[in-house]
Design a protein around this ligand. Structure first.
Ligand code: PLP
Length: 393
């Protein structure tokens, strides 16, 4: 690390170096520790470890060196004190809620969140006496009106999927704190390379590591980042006992993914910007949704809270579902799949896949038209992607 006392290491340095604790073997690349348990020198040493008197590894449900390296690296990149790695993005959200909330508590959430997150709130938290009110991503006043005395958590993801609506993290953090609530931000789309919610006042950052942190579509995983108190005690306490843990192998894949995250995100952003501008000029395209376009209604807000506009571009084609399916089925390079954050570009028809379980009225309210196509722009040669989309337009 540089010797300059006034400057802390940059994000790319943390992504490559943070959290590594070299063993006596002198390995250069981080090792994988596929071990379920650990041995102690004596019965007394085991007792000291179990009682918490002496720190160290006990059992890989809650202590594993490879998982810890991933946690320390991601915590450093998000600017948080602690990170807890989980088996999936959904278990990161569940561990946050189960660790920090109790029956009778109330959640206010953006309506524009990942589908399974909506179901987690409505079908499962509800069952344990935790109610959720859904509000508009963009309207801070609506959030304020939804807060009750028993509200404990505000939840959002920004930019939203697939329409890239931006939530004002700083304004909502201030609102949360004025009412003794926590603000949790699902930072899956931006990653710490483009947006650091903790610096904007959020209390908790949640990741689906499955997406950009891996970046090559190999593993499912998640993470929660925040303070020693909230994440190190509250969320970790749930994980330790209830056990939705990340495997050491997956942690290793993700921590290697973090090393190239900054380069990849910059490439995703560059290609997306050019693609969005090109789409805007196509006569068969009605409208393009990308925060990097001056025509995006929240371009200014995105520019202040993000350092790049991300890799998701959505657009409406003229001619509804038939025209949208024609664009999708005419591609030869893009993968027809709902996943995102991969080196491989993916293309999706939200109305009949990710949002297919909504009623037509709910879809209309959410702004998901039949002509909408979502592209998660990958790392292929940009001209090839443009040609690929051109076929069906
Ligand atoms: C995919 C996704 C999740 C869920 O993550 P899994 O790893 O699939 O469990 C949560 N939030 C967002 C924004 C996602 O895209």
């Amino acid at each position: 690390m540089p010797d300059n006392k006034d400057r802390s290491p940059g994000l790319e340095t943390l992504a490559v170096r943070a959290g590594q604790h070299r063993t006596s073997e002198g390995e250069h690349s981080e090792p994988i520790f596929p071990t379920s348990s650990y041995v102690f020198d004596s019965a007394a040493a085991a007792a000291a470890r179990f009682s918490g008197e002496e720190p160290g590894n006990i059992y890989s449900r809650f202590t594993n060196p490879t998982v810890r390296t991933f946690e320390e690296r991601l915590a450093a990149m998000e600017g948080g004190e602690r990170c807890v790695a989980t088996a999936s993005g959904m278990s990161a959200i569940y561990a946050t809620c189960a660790g920090l909330l109790r029956s009778g508590d109330h959640v206010v959430s953006s309506r524009s969140i990942f589908g399974s997150t909506t179901l987690l709130f409505t079908n499962f938290l509800q069952k344990f006496g935790i109610e959720t009110t859904f509000v508009s991503q963009e309207d801070v006043d609506e959030w304020a009106r939804a807060i009750r005395p028993e509200t404990k958590l505000l939840f959002l993801e920004t930019p939203s999927n697939p329409l890239t609506a931006i939530a004002d993290i700083r304004a909502l953090a201030d609102l949360a704190h004025a009412h003794d609530c926590l603000l949790a931000v699902d930072n899956c789309f931006c990653t710490p390379v483009l947006q650091r919610p903790l610096e904007l006042g959020a209390d908790i950052v949640i990741h689906s590591a499955t997406k950009y942190l891996d970046g090559q579509g190999r593993c499912v995983g998640g993470a929660v980042v925040g303070s020693r108190d909230i994440v190190g005690e509250g969320v970790y306490g749930f994980l330790r006992t209830c056990g939705p843990s990340m495997s050491p192998f997956n942690a290793w894949v993700f921590l290697k993914g973090l090393e190239t995250l900054s380069l990849r995100m910059k490439a995703h952003c560059c290609s997306s910007q050019v693609l969005a501008e090109w789409l805007q000029e196509q006569p068969t395209v009605e409208r393009v949704f990308y925060p990097g376009l001056a025509s995006h209604p929240q371009h200014a807000l995105a520019s202040t809270q993000q350092s790049g506009y991300g890799g998701i571009v959505s657009f409406e084609v003229k001619g509804g579902q038939t025209a949208a399916w024609k664009v999708i089925d005419s591609t030869q390079i893009c993968s027809i799949t709902a996943n995102l954050g991969d080196a491989k570009t993916t293309i999706t028809h939200p109305a009949t896949t990710t949002h297919g379980r909504l009623t037509p009225e709910q879809r209309a309210e959410a702004g998901i038209s039949d002509g909408l196509v979502r592209v998660a722009v990958g790392l292929e040669t940009l001209d090839d992607l443009i040609d690929d989309l051109q076929h069906g337009l």
